[in-house]
Design a protein. Sequence first.
Length: 441
Amino acid sequence: MNNIMAIAEMLSDQIQQELRVGHTLSDVEKTARTLLQEIGRQTIALVVKGEEAAQLAPEAPCAVCGGKMPYVRRRPAQLRTMFGQIEVKRAYYLCADCHQGCCPLDERLGLRPNALSAELERLAAMTGVLLPFGKGRNLFEALTLVGLSDQALDKATQAYGATIARQEEAWRATAYDQEELQRRKRRERKPLRLYGAIDATKVHTRATDEYPWRDLKVGAWFEARGQPPRTPDGQWRIQAENSHYYADICAAAEFGSLMWATGVQYQAQLAQELIILGDGAEWIWNLVSEHFPKAIQILDWFHATAYLTPVAKAAFSAAEEQEAWTNQAKQALWDGKTDQVITTCLDLAGKEDSSDPAFVAARYFHQNRARMHYPDYRRQGFQIGSGTIESAAKQIGTMRMKVPGATWNEISARQVAKARAAYLSNQWDELAAHRTRLLAA
Ligand SMILES: [Zn+2]
């Protein structure tokens, strides 16, 4: 601690020299930060230099062929760190047998010559998943004093997304391996009750065909605590826990295999009760039936009831009548009287018009009636509203991907969405560690 105190005293002298009389706390904070940044930068340079000198040898073992690598020369490299750019020199060795060359110090310290350091990349990518790159760049610089280009933020974020894509590929490879599945069955904890949810949102891409919008599909695995309210308009106090999100821009079948692969990671296939919530989209239920045939399928309560208001608006002119009808129909759905609601809607529907909201609602309820046994679900304490996944689709899709005026390259949209899903799953630091291990390997 004495060392730190000595440094602080020196820094304090320096600040007082630099600032004039009449300075404020803000001036002191800013100056201290700038000086500390520079001290950090020089410190890192000294540490790297010290490590390099300590390890310098006439030769090093070759990692490729096991032969001897004689020392050749010191090679310069730029390191981009949390404290700014640093020029370092590292000993370079070249194998006499296989002619592979390397700087052992890079591997040992995890240096990334002429690229962002692991720590800088971790924070840059985190910023990139939270904010559009332009805004992110400004905030990043304000908070860290490190200037990065939009492209650097973009690249870091995408690198994280690409790491997840690779991880998912590895999961896919094991998720269809019978031995691995048997091993999980024997060894892993079987969840008592696990929820899944799937949804989709649109992303505007630069695709040159007539329809540049792509479906960003989002899925989640989670546990839930709490009970649904006693009445349809009661307060919802259900909390999702341990939520893991996944996302992709791909065909439904491919997303299905991702659902399976991520599901296996969280033992969805072993769950005693597996409950999957979704809106009425047919592709979702097809995938669920294919991959998790035993799952209990529930039509999301909020999606179901959202069909009622347009029916009331089309059928009645007075606001009170609209409200009264909506409440009555909602209560009927809540009580599991789906057929009654279908009949009522069909009575209200225009005979020939299949776009009539009443007809649309009737068809929707009819298609999903097997997933609308709400009284049963409530009795068993199941969550019936997929608020969790809805907000994830919004958070992943709408909030980050729908930048006004921006269109996405499909690959980068996919990677940024994956990175964002990992961030929202609280997997960021784990992912950073995984990425560092991958790069070191
Ligand atoms: Zn060699």
